[in-house]
Ligand binder design. Structure first.
Ligand code: F6P
Length: 534
């Protein structure tokens, strides 16, 4: 394995200065360095990869065990070893009827039973057969959750706005009372349903927000508050304390990680918004990507190719961040969703054996929807001293055919940006531009300011239209990319021990915020406690 890394580093040294643009002298460049599955295209031709490099990266994936570990994961192996759990969120979107055993038990009947009860409840709310205790239809649904119990459904509900046919959906995640206060201010308690979503049902933020919501309900509807609640959890025993009716508790197994959970009960707000049938299409998109990931040769396998491009940029070229740029406004929460998916999964410092990693693991993931980002941080992408690989997403068609001019401009901007990042502008070309400038200005200096180095890599994901199916494909693609990268680094992408310390400290500092003496704390913490006292 060390040998392949060394070869990749040597290959990089040999091509580091090569202009990506020059690779297009090969008329087949786009065909060879793009791949498609069921309408979703990945173009990675605007990177410095060539066939030799790609073959070595594929060998790296094979030697790291990507195909074997992928198959094991789909078959219910305990891929999350530090928590002793299988990793089977893929089963939630699989129509497969074959027995799928976890710990000797067939889990398919349970998955189906939960989906059926979700559908009955969601469709009941949507059609008005499930009502608030006073008999009025629910007009608003508030999801109270955080992290994986918030970001996925929030992102998907926003992404699928053109398909909304159900109650309005709101999301409260932050323990900052401002969020729940602003949300409740707009709502009528008599027609509001709360979904308390928490895998563990112990997360402080969610429990605090749930108690606040419950008090708000009680003040308006008295003892009927329970009729406005539903819960989603892996710990159904815990939900009873809130008096949530048992038939409104939707549970899922511990083999569904929080950040992978929107395919099951955590996706209830999505189902409420778009209906069970469209939710089924969303699952079908995820499942299509699963089948592709399991069966396509690595050279044409979208999640594997995305992972290999990521490894090349991060570990071989040394680019430490990647920027996600959806030219699709309804995907504006995709970067935040991917931050959890990617950074909570692959932000690790020891390998599966607990040994310190010898190479960088997950890069920093960030982003913003296009074209907004262009007028904010793209300056740094084009002319900053760091190279930041970009990932563009764009649809051929919008949901607003009457606003064709907008979508044409959106596409033009997306394509212009990836081209400009690659092509840049030479000093010579900049000099031509500045030739007629004000004589008082140093023209050569100005030309240097207007020079773009170019040669900045990007990939583009292109699809027909942001439908439930396509969204399912996209999310599953990113999930499997994260998995494949994690396998190459030999890390456990499914635990998240790193979030524990801050949680523990917050609990121990709370009494100090409430007035207890801060003896033993560091000077900064004591100083800040004094400043924040009220
Ligand atoms: O903060 C980390 C985390 O454990 C995430 O992994 C998880 O998605 C989130 O908290 C919320 O957890 P829960 O669904 O148990 O409330």
């Amino acid at each position: 394995m060390h040998g392949i890394w060394k070869t990749l580093e040597d290959l990089h040294a040999a091509v580091a200065e090569r202009p990506i643009l020059g690779l297009f002298d090969d008329p087949q460049r786009f065909q060879c360095f793009s791949a498609e599955t069921d309408g979703l295209l990945l173009d990675y031709s605007k990177t410095n990869l060539d066939e030799d490099i790609l073959q070595h990266l594929i060998a790296l994936a094979e030697e790291s065990g990507v195909p074997d570990k992928r198959d094991a994961m789909f078959q219910g192996a305990r891929s999350n070893a530090t928590e002793g759990r299988a990793v089977l969120h893929t089963a939630l979107r699989s129509p497969d009827t074959a027995v799928l055993a976890v710990g000797g038990e067939d889990v398919r009947p349970e998955i189906k039973a939960t989906r059926d009860s979700m559908e009955r409840f969601a469709e009941g709310v949507r059609t008005g057969t499930v009502t608030a205790p006073g008999g009025r239809a629910f007009t608003d649904v508030v999801n109270i959750g955080i992290g994986g119990s918030d970001l996925g459904p929030l992102m998907a509900v926003r992404a699928l706005a053109p398909y909304h046919t159900g109650p309005r959906c709101h999301f409260v995640s932050n323990v900052d009372g401002a969020q729940i206060s602003d949300t409740l201010d707009r709502l009528n308690p008599r027609t509001t349903l709360f979904i308390i979503a928490s895998k563990t049902f112990t997360t402080v933020e969610t429990m605090t927000n749930a108690r606040t919501a419950f008090r708000w309900l009680e003040a308006a509807v008295g003892s009927e508050g329970g009729g406005h609640l539903a819960a989603v959890s892996s710990a159904p025993g815990q939900t009873a304390v809130f008096g949530i009716p048992e038939d409104r508790v939707f549970s899922f197994a511990d083999w569904v990680g929080g950040r992978y959970s929107l395919w099951g009960p955590v996706g209830l707000p999505i189902m409420m918004a778009i209906g069970a049938q469209k939710f089924g299409e969303f699952l079908a998109g995820g499942n299509q990507m699963d089948q592709h990931f399991r069966s396509a040769p690595l050279r044409k396998n979208l999640p594997v190719l995305m992972a290999l491009v990521g490894i090349w940029h991060n570990n071989v070229c040394g680019y430490t961040t990647r920027v996600v740029l959806p030219y699709d406004q309804r995907l504006d929460r995709l970067p935040a969703y991917l931050q959890q998916l990617d950074m909570e999964s692959n932000g690790k410092r020891v390998d599966c054996n607990g040994e310190p990693l010898q190479r960088a693991s997950g890069p920093i993931v960030w982003g913003e929807s296009g074209t907004n980002g262009q007028h904010a941080f793209y300056q740094l992408l084009h002319q900053g001293t760091q190279i930041i690989p970009a990932e563009f997403l764009i649809a051929a068609e919008s949901h607003e055919p009457h606003l064709k001019e907008h979508h044409d401009l959106l596409k033009a901007n997306c394509l212009a940006q990836s081209e400009a990042l690659m092509r840049g502008r030479s000093l010579k070309a900049a000099r031509k531009l500045t030739a007629g400038a004000d004589a008082a200005v140093d023209q050569d200096c100005l030309a240097r300011h207007r020079t773009f180095p170019g040669n900045r890599p990007s990939v583009t994901l292109a699809y027909s239209k942001l439908s439930p199916f396509v969204l399912g494909q996209l999310i599953a693609l990113y999930e499997h990319r994260v998995f494949a990268e994690g396998v190459i680094w030999n890390i456990n992408s499914f635990d998240q021990w790193g979030v524990e310390l801050g949680k523990e400290l917050a609990i121990s500092i709370l009494p100090l915020v409430q007035g207890d003496p801060a003896d033993g704390k560091d000077g900064s913490t004591r100083g800040l406690l004094a400043k924040l006292a009220n």
